[in-house]
Design a protein around this ligand. Structure first.
Ligand code: C5P
Length: 269
């Protein structure tokens, strides 16, 4: 059928394009390999019930797609999401925070930049029952234990001594997100910036992306990028796909930036 043939032809053209960009970039030695976490996690109480959140994975998938479209190799570690895997992206599907932690850390060894766009559940049930236990009459209390912080673990791995386990193949950049509710007035914005900066420091990230709470589930967002060195860039309100492209370009530029040279006299003293 002509329609079918065209569709197949279209796919082949896109595939070839992507492969050409990837191969040429690789030979020029300019590729930045991305690890992106996305989506929610599910923390099972038993075989069918779980705790989770309403994340769709949209921002993480947009980031993975933007990086791959620019010719970068991408590993996407995704919690349950309805979204299709973007072309050229290697997707690892996970369910729980602990699974996301383990798979992301393993993948990061071979990556240059990690972006934590996942909405990881902060807690999980202390016990997981097998099967589907019968409903209990009356109130039930649940014991919850904290989950590992995936992006903080990646940031710790990025600072590991060269040659030590998980130390990777060179300097690595780690970027997290901070979703904060704030208004347009200066005091509320300043307080949100301060909370995001505290998160950046606590998790020892290189950059944090401050997002307004109303970006959740919406097609557009307005991001502020905060750097560990004190930098602050405000991006205009734009569709998430454009915001994703801007963030990918920022990460590539930052990863390529030479590290500050240590003062020789300090080193010798
Ligand atoms: O602490 P909070 O959830 O606000 O931090 C948000 C950032 O931390 C996001 O980048 C999110 O992907 C990451 N995160 C994580 N593991 C957790 C909690 C948050 O990677 N357990």
């Amino acid at each position: 059928m002509p329609g079918g043939l065209l569709a197949v032809f279209g796919l082949r053209v896109r595939g070839t394009d992507w492969a050409r960009k990837w191969v040429s970039g690789r030979f020029q030695g300019r590729m930045t390999k991305f690890l992106v976490t996305a989506g929610p996690t599910r923390e099972h109480l038993d075989a069918v019930r779980f705790l989770s959140n309403g994340s769709t994975g949209r921002m993480g998938y947009a980031l993975a797609g933007a990086a791959a479209a620019a010719g970068h190799p991408v590993v996407l570690v995704s919690g349950p999401s309805e979204l299709p895997c973007p072309p050229g992206v290697e997707r690892i599907c996970v369910v729980s925070a602990r699974e996301m932690h383990d798979r992301a850390l393993a993948a990061f060894v071979d990556c240059d930049v990690a972006i934590g766009a996942a909405a990881v559940a902060d807690h999980r049930p202390a016990r997981r029952e097998s099967g589907k236990p019968a409903k209990e009459a009356g109130p039930v209390s649940l014991e919850l234990v904290p989950n590992p912080d995936v992006i903080a673990a990646l940031a710790k791995a990025a600072r590991a001594e060269p040659g030590s386990p998980g130390s990777g193949r060179g300097r690595r950049l780690v970027v997290g997100f901070a979703l904060e509710a704030f208004g347009d007035d200066a005091p509320s914005r300043a307080a949100a910036l301060e909370r995001a900066r505290a998160k950046l420091a606590r998790k020892q990230l290189d950059w944090i992306v401050l997002n307004r709470l109303d970006a959740l589930g919406s097609a557009a967002n307005r991001m502020v990028l905060l750097g560990a060195g004190g930098a602050e860039f405000e991006l205009p309100e734009q569709p998430k796909s454009d915001a994703a492209r801007a963030l990918v370009e920022h990460c590539v530029a930052e990863h390529g930036r030479p590290e500050p040279v240590q003062n020789v006299s300090e080193e010798e003293s």
